[in-house]
Design a protein around this ligand. Structure first.
Ligand code: 2P0
Length: 332
């Protein structure tokens, strides 16, 4: 075959990331080109590990197994489409089907960034298995085609995804950070969400009158967040991150029909974060496409913040995550 002599199997791991300045909306749905640039923290201990083998799949087509279950429907289609893109780039025919086995420690589709880790790991494993030799930027661009936020999980620490104007120029890269950031994840509900991010952002763009204002504010907020991170100003970074996330949710709530990911517990946690902050703890909230709240702080205050929130919300699962590393490969 055309790929004779190339590695046909590869394994890669990637961590989830949580955006401080969010990605919400696409100018090109096929290429996953975003309306705004975004900024995220890659977390530790949130890995997805994926093995891809171009071994013929089940003899007819690709086989995708996620956490021991065979993927079907939309989940299968997204992975299959991604593998076809990799095959096309590598000069492999569609007949060269693959087996994909993925294990994730993050609950899937619950607004805990599982697709970011998942598509970053898939991009790394599939590109290596297909014999593509991509640099980090090329890998970030490829991961973006699977899921926008996956472009950021290729890198560790604080990462900016440059919106760009085309496939070539839309990629992520690490940025300087003088803070030892941490996130306290307050998981209230880890079941699958009712509305996917892809659908929610499409609906917001099409119908929310607040959306253009959020996009416009986002550029200024990103510049402020980058400056604050580089200067080691946690208070300034936290305040702008919280404003950007709540602004994003405001655009969704104003969509038709509304996209309201918030639960009563979500609002309770937001209020308690503000109360803790007034009491002197450096904590700010951010939220993604789900009811869970992630609390930005630094490593020096993470344990105290987690203990306080765990005590207030015994029904929630409260975990501390620090900055984590980018994509890594299992040695063959
Ligand atoms: C983010 N989210 O910046 C934003 C904030 C959720 C809220 O990126 O359609 O799974 O696959 O490109 O990356 C979740 O959206 O969406 C997301 P697609 P993705 O982290």
């Amino acid at each position: 075959s055309a790929a004779a002599g190339r590695a046909r199997t590869a394994t890669a791991s990637a961590n989830a990331n949580i955006a401080l300045i969010k990605y919400w909306g696409k100018t090109d749905a096929r290429l996953h080109l975003p309306t705004t640039s975004s900024l995220s923290l890659t977390l530790d201990e949130t890995w997805t590990t994926t093995t891809v083998s171009f071994d013929g799949g089940d003899g007819v087509q690709d086989v995708v197994t996620i956490n021991g279950l065979r993927a079907q429907g939309t989940a299968f289609e997204r992975v299959h489409r991604f593998l076809s893109l990799v095959r096309e780039r590598a000069g492999l025919g569609e007949a060269e089907a693959a087996s994909v086995t993925s294990t994730s420690m993050v609950p899937l589709a619950a607004g805990l960034a599982s697709s970011a880790a998942g598509f970053a790991a898939l991009a790394g494993a599939a590109s290596r298995a297909a014999g593509l030799d991509l640099d980090a930027r090329g890998l970030s661009r490829l991961a973006r085609r699977g899921s926008g936020s996956a472009s950021r999980s290729v890198f560790g620490g604080l990462v900016r995804w440059n919106r760009g104007t085309d496939d070539e120029t839309s990629y992520a890269e690490p940025v300087p950070c003088a803070l030892d950031l941490a996130m306290v994840v307050v998981a209230l509900d880890t079941g699958p969400k009712a509305v996917s991010s892809t659908e929610a952002m499409r609906r917001t763009m099409r119908t929310s009158p607040l959306y253009p204002a959020w996009v416009e504010a986002s550029a200024t907020e990103l510049a402020e967040a980058l400056a604050a991170a580089e200067a080691g100003d946690l208070e300034r970074l936290g305040a702008v991150a919280e404003a950007n996330a709540l602004g994003m949710h405001a655009t969704m709530v104003a969509a038709r029909p509304p996209v309201l990911y918030w639960r009563p517990g979500t609002v309770a946690v937001l209020h308690e974060v503000a109360t803790l902050r007034q009491a002197g703890l450096p904590v700010w909230a951010t939220m993604d496409a789900g009811p869970n709240v992630k609390v930005l702080t630094d490593t020096a205050h993470a344990a105290e913040a987690a203990a306080a929130l765990g005590g207030l919300f015994p029904e929630a699962s409260v975990t501390v995550r620090r900055g984590g590393e980018g994509i890594r490969y299992e040695q063959p």
